[in-house]
Design a protein around this ligand. Structure first.
Ligand SMILES: [Zn+2]
Length: 345
């Protein structure tokens, strides 16, 4: 994957190229993508650029040994990690399953569509959605892989898709390595849920925002009705000043809307806002960008909210969207949602 094959994201790409040229390459980078798409491609393109033998004008050459290996996802110094579960590919009887056991299927999927989403990974390895985990066995494998000398002259890299799927044991095992990695070692983490990543991991990474570029993603962003955005911002503001009555009024307003699709879009928008608040609270204002809310509003909403609240709120909002999709009574869903958010304040 070369930079020019990734639509949009000129700002992020030129920042990455500058880092490479200046020799100040951070050893851990978190690529924060928008609900799937682009982060993995960008991380791969950067590793390819950094390891290219003849980079030119901000692009990898595409035909040196390293580029050819990267194009096939077969570079000996690049290790891919992604959430897995046992199923069709990794049999349930497997002891200590790791992502490398499903690498062939992951590779085939990612080569066909480098802009994949989480669900695509699960389909490729034949497991149920959202069931994937990055376990302590993966962490151990990463440590082992990185302890070996590089095969080639460039960087050794771990490209980890969805670090938020690491359990605590795995994350803790990797902390020291993330803090003091061996020379010329890179961690490229790709996430669409930064608020679910353990703060100890998050704080060790430099974050790069990956903007949506596909028509579908852009439309998904644009199609959220203004009235839903307005109610959502009002509800978050009410919650941040612990005004339960006003927040419940907002829940009633959403429940009264005569469209399940609009109600779902409310949940999607609220989830994005929560993510944005999270990035803001982590002092990453520059990459906390989303449409439909002014900086002043964001400050107001973020007031008393904590990163822990954002993490829990994001799960509650996903749950609400799922229930709305299943035709559960909307008034019940949104009242329950506000109550659940309120107790997490
Ligand atoms: Zn090259």
């Amino acid at each position: 994957m070369k930079f020019h094959e990734i639509p949009g994201n000129e700002t992020a790409i030129s920042a990455l190229v500058k880092m490479a040229e200046s020799g100040r390459v951070p050893h851990a980078v978190l690529f924060y993508e928008n609900e799937g798409g682009g982060g993995f491609a960008l991380a791969s393109a950067w590793v390819q650029y950094l390891n290219c033998e003849h980079p030119e004008n901000g692009q990898a050459c595409g035909h040196c040994t390293s580029c050819l290996q990267m194009a096939k996802m077969e570079h000996p110094d690049v290790h891919y990690v992604f959430p897995i579960a046992t199923g069709d590919v990794i049999k349930p009887s497997t002891q200590h399953p790791t992502a490398s056991m499903a690498l062939r299927e992951f590779r085939a999927m990612a080569l066909q569509n480098p802009f994949f989403k989480e669900q695509d990974v699960y389909e490729a390895i034949g497991v149920e959605s959202k069931s994937g985990l990055i376990s302590v066995y993966d962490a151990k494998e990463i440590i082992d892989v990185l302890s070996l000398a590089p095969v080639q002259n460039g960087y050794k890299a771990v490209i980890m898709y969805l670090p938020e799927r690491m359990n605590a044991a795995a994350a803790n095992k990797l902390l020291k390595l993330l803090e003091e990695p061996p020379a010329k070692t890179l961690f490229m983490l790709v996430t669409d849920n930064p608020e679910d990543i353990m703060t100890t991991i998050f704080s060790r990474c430099q974050a790069i925002r990956v903007l949506p570029f596909s028509k579908g993603d852009a439309l998904a962003g644009a199609s959220i009705p203004e009235e839903m955005q307005e109610i959502c911002n009002r509800m978050l503001k009410a919650l941040s000043r612990k005004d339960l009555a006003s927040a419940l009024d907002c829940a009633d307003e959403v429940a009264a809307v005569k469209s399940r699709e609009k109600q779902k879009s409310f949940c999607i928008f609220a989830s994005r806002q929560v993510r944005r608040i999270f990035m803001y609270l982590q002092k990453l204002e520059d990459i906390a960008y989303f449409d439909g809310v002014s900086d002043e509003d964001l400050k107001g909403i973020s007031g008393t909210l904590s990163p822990a609240f954002c993490s829990s709120a994001s799960q509650q909002l996903d749950r609400a969207a799922m229930l709305i999709g299943r035709n559960v009574n909307a008034k019940m869903v949104f009242t329950d949602l506000v109550n659940r958010l309120y107790v997490k304040m």
